[in-house]
Design a protein around this ligand. Structure first.
Ligand SMILES: [Zn+2]
Length: 204
């Protein structure tokens, strides 16, 4: 189904999806994941509604920049996530980004309910897990935007708030982050999840 050039990306994305599931960061069929296809303007993305602990290679599908499923992958019930528009918008915003990942962890969800508009992390060695950070002596800002079932509203709320950010939280919902390849996007998820767990413990 995928071109041979896309197969390796699909398999690497599948491995990351299973890792997140084992970590309990993708419960109840939630979360979605994508990587750029080697075909320009196309994306490999997790299809909607699948239990991530049983997610299979066949559950990855090819879509275009408008979120339309490639005819070669079309089948009854096969659709891309409702949140696909967030993925495609991030790829348009960041031409250098190759992978977009979205998890729903307990720690991230609890912290997203803070009345503040962002989380700020400082002084922790793990901050070097975020691309371009060479020291723990910095403050990393993670914007929080209101949740909505209308992706346009979420994207509007992000307007002007992503400068310097490596990701964002949707309130009561979950984390989005991205990277120059699957490995760096996965590292960003792990970094943020570590930060969330530290922050929860520090606040309790
Ligand atoms: Zn979600």
């Amino acid at each position: 189904m995928f071109s041979s050039a896309d197969q390796n990306r699909a398999l690497e994305l599948l491995e990351a999806i299973h890792f997140f599931s084992v970590k309990n960061w993708s419960p109840a069929t939630s979360t979605n994941y994508s990587v750029r296809s080697t075909q320009p303007g196309k994306f490999i993305i997790s299809r909607s509604g699948v239990d991530k602990s049983r997610f299979a290679y066949e559950d990855l599908i090819l879509i275009d920049g408008a979120g339309q499923v490639d005819p070669a992958f079309a089948a009854p019930g096969v659709k891309s996530s409702a949140e696909t528009d967030i993925h495609t918008a991030l790829y348009r915003l960041y031409p250098e980004v190759e992978c977009v990942l979205h998890t729903h962890s307990v720690a991230g969800t609890v912290l997203s309910m803070t009345p503040e508009r962002e989380l700020r992390f400082t002084g922790l060695e793990i901050l070097k897990g975020l691309e371009g950070n060479a020291t723990h002596e910095l403050t990393e800002v993670l914007p929080i935007v209101p949740n909505s079932q209308d992706m346009g509203e979420i994207l509007s709320a992000l307007d002007g708030r992503l400068a310097g950010a490596h990701g964002f939280l949707i309130k009561g919902h979950g984390l989005y982050t991205w990277g120059k390849d699957i490995a760096s996007a996965k590292r960003h998820i792990e970094t943020y999840e570590f930060l969330f767990e530290c922050e929860l413990k520090l606040r309790s």
